[in-house]
Write a protein that binds this ligand. Structure first.
Ligand code: FES
Ligand code: FES
Length: 166
């Protein structure tokens, strides 16, 4: 199959490659760029493990061709921590509130939560649960994921965090 050039910005860095038009964005990220934070759980748009941010929207990257991201700004879990390695409040929240067990869903959960908090910085518990309803977790029962997102929302708002993990 003939290849075409695709160029985009990923985690603030300009990248480009010759790819087959059928290459999915998740494979471009993982195989061409060695960004293995976005996971493949189902490959059928069910689980959300592959969620990344594309031009300010949460995207299941197993559902988008790399060429469809031509010129886009893409953010993956690898781009969330500061340049100095300081964890993003969401990463810190997942650690502090025990929002993960095996961790397979976690990069997708964090990227989805990132967009959720951009759109709604002070979500209710119900809004968080609805907001992450496209992301499946088989381990945690979600309770501490919700607490992790609440932790990040509070921290981003400069509020004191009192809630403990369950
Ligand atoms: S791998 Fe993309 S939604 Fe499951
Ligand atoms: S922590 Fe294991 S799938 Fe969510």
């Amino acid at each position: 199959m003939s290849k075409i050039n695709v160029a985009m910005t990923v985690n603030g860095k300009a990248v480009s490659a010759e790819v087959e038009p059928r290459l999915l964005l998740i494979h471009f990220l993982r195989e061409n760029l060695s960004l293995t934070g976005p996971h493949i759980g189902c490959d059928t748009t069910q689980c959300g493990a592959c969620t990344v941010d594309v031009d300010g929207k949460s995207v299941k990257s197993c559902t988008m061709f790399a060429v469809q991201a031509q010129g886009a700004e893409v953010l993956t879990i690898e781009g969330m921590a500061g340049a100095d390695g300081k964890l993003h409040p969401l990463q810190e929240g997942f650690r502090e509130m025990h929002g993960l067990q095996c961790g397979y869903c976690t990069p997708g959960m964090i990227m989805r939560a990132h967009r959720l908090l951009k759109e709604n910085p002070n979500p209710t518990e119900a809004e968080i649960r609805l907001g992450i309803s496209g992301n499946l977790c088989r381990c945690t029962g979600y309770q501490n994921i919700v607490k992790a997102i609440q932790y990040a929302a509070a921290k981003l708002a400069g509020l004191e965090i009192k809630e403990a993990a369950e």
